[in-house]
Design a protein around this ligand. Structure first.
Ligand code: KIV
Ligand code: ZN
Length: 510
């Protein structure tokens, strides 16, 4: 019997720490449902003490996920742990993940605590967390640069205090694969009570070694890997879930363990996360990049045609490529539509929301021949934004012609009041954004504009992400439409709506 390798996904927590990757509560629920469908063991849903928004998002994920354990992060501070415990109350299975730094540089310069104080605080934190759940994980932050004798001391103490998982983070992505593997083996050998816990790893990708380090740890006895979809995460990111899962599965001759992940959900999950965060996936990215299974050279094509395994070590369909089913056509009924949404884990909160989304689906089916699951996700995101709209696009005329200056005319409603403006620009999108700015004078700084075709074919919907920054707040807006200028206008307004509600929450009287 092979050991079980636990997959702990932290897309919603460490992934969200990528600058600009913030997600709304609804977006987090959609990603969490996809992770659950993929049979991820543990979903780290956020850091409840970080803000009320984080607390609410962790709570909402805890309340809606049934098959995976839902985890909340907490510093080794009583108030943080209490917040995490409260947010996780509704979960079918909950875990609290508490951490404190153990490297000399972090203890001295950041925490300003002595090693003895750090051990005491770590033990206290695990005991506090055990009041809320039996499933407590402890991380010695910056373990990769910590003294191994000190690490053994802290870890032995937290096992005695009741921790069930010890997660060893390479917080700054500093270690080398062999070194990190040795660290895991040494900790397992030297800590007397190490057989009572699962060893986990959490590697950052600053030197491009997060996956290699994680796999080296697995070869040396780690049985949980913390990872994210598309490798999203703080700075250069975390180990990519899809690479860990497929490396272990493809090399069953090498690894003594396997995950329970249903790999066909990997590509849809990658697209969902990329669409929501606006972080595109590079074409040559392993497993989920558009070229990951494309053969260009004649020799390779010839080989694959003669015998697929000459150049392919995995099958594209096993990770979800080509899995996007044709959904429904323009003759499909409301019930079939509702059923497919449910199969995709999408729940609309009222009959009214279902009716409007269904109407939009019909409009889309009129314009576009085949409607895929990805189209449905985009449609629902769009609809969720419409419901929170302060600014709404009423109409848009964009004109571009060779040799002529592109031009746009927009009509927007702001809290029911209609305004219109026109502008020229370097292209139709630029003209549209300028016209919108003439009306709303937001002064927000555009940090990112990206367009992605949701499915293949020129009739595909374009999904646009716009990232705006104002007064230290960063928001991502999304819009989808078969007309990419319209999609861009929707994305710009969606970002402005998010900024508006953030600023409104911060200064309700304004
Ligand atoms: O990178 C890190 O050390 C972390 C911890 C909170 C586990 O994210
Ligand atoms: Zn991290």
């Amino acid at each position: 019997m092979k050991d079980h390798l636990i997959i702990f996904d932290t897309t919603l927590r460490d992934g969200e720490q990528s600058p600009g990757a913030s997600m709304t509560r609804e977006e987090k629920i959609r990603i969490a449902r996809q992770l659950e469908r993929m049979r991820v063991d543990v979903i780290e849903a956020g850091f409840p003490a970080a803000s009320n928004g984080d607390f609410e998002a962790v709570k909402a994920v805890a309340d809606s996920v049934k098959e995976s354990t839902v985890c909340g992060l907490a510093r080794a501070i009583e108030a943080d742990i209490r917040r995490a415990g409260e947010a996780l109350q509704g979960a079918s299975a909950s875990r609290i993940h508490t951490f404190i730094a153990t490297s000399p540089i972090h203890m001295e310069k950041k925490l300003r605590m002595s090693p003895d104080q750090v051990v005491e605080q770590a033990v206290r934190a695990v005991k506090w967390a055990r009041q809320y759940t039996d499933d407590v994980e402890f991380s010695p932050e910056d373990a990769g640069r910590s003294d191994i004798t000190f690490l053994c001391r802290v870890l032995e103490a937290v096992i005695d205090a009741g921790a069930k998982t010890l997660n060893i983070p390479d917080t700054v992505g500093y270690t080398m694969p062999e070194q990190f593997g040795n660290l895991i083996r040494t900790l397992r050998e030297r800590i007397p009570n190490s057989d009572k816990v699962v060893f986990s790893v959490h590697c950052h990708n600053d030197l491009g070694l997060a996956v290699a380090n994680s796999l080296s740890a697995v070869a040396n006895g780690a049985r949980q890997v913390e990872c994210t979809i598309n490798g999203l995460g703080e700075r250069a990111g975390n180990a990519a879930l899809e690479e860990i899962v497929m490396a272990v599965r493809t090399r069953q001759d090498f690894f003594p363990c396997d995950t329970r992940v249903d790999a066909v959900h990997i590509v849809p999950a990658s697209k969902l996360v990329s669409g929501i965060t606006g972080f595109p996936v590079q074409p040559n990215k392993a497993i989920v990049g558009a070229n990951a299974f494309a053969h260009e050279s004649g020799i390779h094509q010839d080989g694959v045609l003669k015998h697929r395994e000459t150049y392919e070590i995995m099958r594209a369909e096993d990770v979800g490529w080509g899995a996007n089913k044709i959904l429904l056509g323009k003759h499909s009924g409301r019930n079939a539509f509702r059923t497919r949404l449910a199969e995709l884990g999408i729940e609309l909160n009222s009959e009214e929301a279902l009716n409007t989304t269904f109407m939009r689906f019909k409009e889309l089916a009129d314009k576009k021949h085949d409607v895929f699951d990805e189209d449905l996700h985009a449609l629902v995101s769009d609809e969720a934004m419409v419901l929170q709209e302060h600014y709404r696009l009423l109409s848009l005329i964009a004109h571009s012609e060779t040799g002529e200056m592109p031009y746009a005319h927009v009509v927007i409603s702001e809290d029911g009041r209609e305004s219109r403006a026109e502008s020229e620009g370097s292209g139709p999108v630029d003209a549209t954004f300028r016209a919108i700015e003439k009306i709303l004078i937001s002064g927000a700084e555009l940090q990112l504009f990206s367009v992605n075709a949701i499915t293949s074919g020129t009739d595909s919907q374009g999904e646009v992400t716009v990232r705006l920054q104002k007064s230290g707040r960063i928001v991502n807006g999304h819009g989808a439409d078969t007309d990419i200028v319209v999609a861009s206008a929707k994305a710009y307004l969606s970002a402005l709506n998010k900024l508006h509600s953030k600023l409104e929450r911060a200064h309700p009287q304004v």
